[in-house]
Design a protein around this ligand. Sequence first.
Ligand SMILES: Cc1ncc(C[n+]2csc(CCOP(=O)(O)OP(=O)(O)O)c2C)c(N)n1
Ligand SMILES: [Mg+2]
Length: 297
Amino acid sequence: MTITIKSLSREEYLLPGNASCPGCPASLGLRLLGKALGKNMILVVPASCTSIIQGPYPKTSIKLPLINVIFASSAATASGIAAALEILGKKGVHVVCWSGDGGTVDIGLQALSGAAERGDNILYICYDNEAYMNTGIQRSGSTPYGAWTTTTVLGKRRHKKNLPMMMVVHDVPYVATASIGYPLDFIEKIRKAARYKGFKYIHLLAPCPVGWRFPPSKTIEIGRLAVLTGMWPLYEVERGKFRLTGVSRSLLDKSKRSPIVEYIKIQGRFSHISEEEIRILEEYVDKLWEDIRKIIS
Ligand SMILES: Cc1ncc(C[n+]2csc(CCOP(=O)(O)OP(=O)(O)O)c2C)c(N)n1
Ligand SMILES: [Mg+2]
């Protein structure tokens, strides 16, 4: 059933007055997560902007049981909690890792891969703002080619690591990509993932106004442009079956994709990008879609 905004609960699990920046996609994503799953959830959060948004106990802004952990351990911690719930016979409680891209594609990767391979009963969500934002915008393995960060002052020279596809090859029941620009699609995917027992992974693109250098009012617009230009394909892989979702369904046809400059030109982190670098990014997007075509056909 398609989810509508009106059908969502008005209950909020992220309280207002928290420390997030204006236009923060992580805080919006957390609100959506609460609307998707409700209160029967235990969150595992490694060091990230979310630890700051959440704030120190007892004045935390998140109305859910939550444990802060060191970077490398989030998936392992979640595995332990899931095992404990199983032993206690507690059903219907979702164990959710809410981790940044640095904590996922770089530092937390081995624990993540281990939990996926074991098939532990957790939902791992990576909110990907494409850099280590909390410590001042350092590049991560998820930063795209050409993007400025404080550690790639001339633009990053490597492409973004394709973590969702890496999770697909772990052969888990559910893997999906999402964008903060399409909130209902994200909620739908969270709910779908939560219906499976075993390891589930959702990779949420989360445009950050501070780190990407755009006005805070444009978070949703940029989240949509990432998808419309083909830079960020929306899909889900359910029990090994790959399916494009939402507007991405029509974007295998290159002529339906918006030019990537529409996405790039409104982000200050790409302000120094050359024609040659734009071409390299275009080739990257074409390859991304050619790989998807091979999977589908
Ligand atoms: C082992 C370790 N190294 C470095 C840090 C410092 N640190 C805290 S948050 C953070 C950035 C996290 O980046 P990401 O996971 O992408 O989350 P974001 O801040 O972007 O939300 C870093 C480097 C730390 N807490 N622990
Ligand atoms: Mg990050």
